[in-house]
Design a protein around this ligand. Structure first.
Ligand code: NAP
Length: 331
């Protein structure tokens, strides 16, 4: 559910995955006006939904209407996946966090090898299986001893302070990576810094004004993350101060996905940087959601081809754990 949702690739992605595994599920776009969020979330239960994804602008707005919140979703103040339990309990998760980490780990060589899936087994076409009775909260695992390159050693520059930025910032702070946050609205950047400081105490987080996005700032960071909506089809592109100053050796992640490379990623690639596109994040976050709804390992290759992502995904080191998150009383 989002507003609007017409641009979303998720119906095609999940539809293909359900079909590949012979599951009798359907994934439908639900345009929900901002003043109808409460009705929509409560209606999931009554209408027999197994769950939902939540996108712009409702990731924070749905939270008051859920019965239970995964700790990372609580810290990020953003829910992108809802699970409706058989007894009607509404659980909120943030799979953007694990989606971002897995996409990043693919290019940083942190792969734990094939088979290290969320569900722990390689996806196989199979008859529907019972849904796991316990919530499998996709939380961040501690950095793996097998993956010393689990993320770049250098600091990270994050553009944005919305839901995607909060997911990226939380994921990176957990790995001990110093963060610089740049956002158009300074107050939201400061709010994100405070969220990280309380969620991951001791994390170095600096806020720089939007106008401070210059060569020195960009080149002082090993990892650049665009978590704004800049660069979406037909929208304003990322500032030249960012795109023109990228250098070889940097890793550039763009949460935005488009038909091909975004302008930022095209320029990053031309300048010799390593890129992570929004489709990778999309597929990984979808895989985590799929597993929460179905209890089955997601068919990644099917999902990739459904959204036109080139190349097969390699399973990175497990970035989830099956331990339940913190519980919270509903409203
Ligand atoms: P959001 O919560 O609405 O945040 C939007 C961010 O973009 C804010 O930081 C906002 O700054 C900034 N922004 C918007 N217009 C801007 C402009 N003209 N100039 C400068 N900054 C601007 O959205 P979100 O959920 O974080 O999503 C951000 C992007 O990531 C979207 O394109 C979304 O589709 C994408 N996304 C992709 C995935 C994936 O799986 N690939 C997952 C999540 C999100 P202010 O605070 O100043 O408004």
């Amino acid at each position: 559910m989002g507003w609007p949702v017409g641009h979303s690739l998720s119906p095609a992605l999940h539809g293909a995955a359900f079909a590949a595994l012979g599951l009798d599920y359907a994934y439908v776009p639900l345009p929900v006006a901002p003043d109808r969020v409460a009705d929509a979330v409560r209606g999931l239960r009554a209408l027999g939904f197994r769950g939902a994804n939540v996108t712009i602008p409702h990731k924070a707005a749905v939270i008051p209407y859920l019965d239970w919140l995964e700790r990372d979703a609580e810290l990020a103040e953003a829910v992108n996946t809802i699970v409706v339990e058989d007894d009607g309990t509404l659980r909120g998760y943030n799979t953007d966090i694990v989606g971002f980490l897995n996409a990043l780990d693919e290019v940083t060589g942190a792969s734990g090898g094939l088979g290290a899936t969320f569900g722990g087994t390689a996806p196989q076409p199979a008859a529907p299986q019972p849904v796991a009775p316990q919530p499998a909260a996709p939380q961040l695992a501690a950095p793996s001893a097998r993956s010393p390159q689990a993320a770049p050693a250098g600091p990270a520059l994050i553009l944005g302070a919305g839901g995607a930025a909060r997911a990226a910032a939380l994921a990176l702070a957990r790995r001990g990576i110093p963060l610089t946050i740049v956002n158009r609205t300074a107050a939201r950047a400061e709010r994100l810094r405070d969220l990280i400081s309380s969620g991951v105490p001791g994390s170095p987080v600096t806020v720089v004004p939007w106008g401070g996005l210059d060569k020195a700032l960009v080149q002082a960071h090993a990892l650049i993350v665009n978590a704004t909506s800049l660069g979406m089809a037909g929208a304003v592109q990322v500032p030249r101060g960012l795109a023109d100053n990228l250098i070889a050796g940097q890793i550039v992640v763009d949460f935005v996905y488009s038909g091909g490379l975004t302008g930022l990623l095209a320029q990053a690639q031309a300048q010799g940087a390593t890129i992570v596109d929004g489709l990778s994040v999309l597929v990984w976050q979808a895989a985590a959601a799929f597993e929460l709804w179905t209890g089955m390992a997601a068919p990644l290759e099917v999902m990739c081809s459904a959204v036109g992502r080139q190349g097969a995904l390699a399973w990175p080191t497990r970035n989830t754990s099956a331990s339940p998150g913190e519980r919270r009383k509903g409203h």
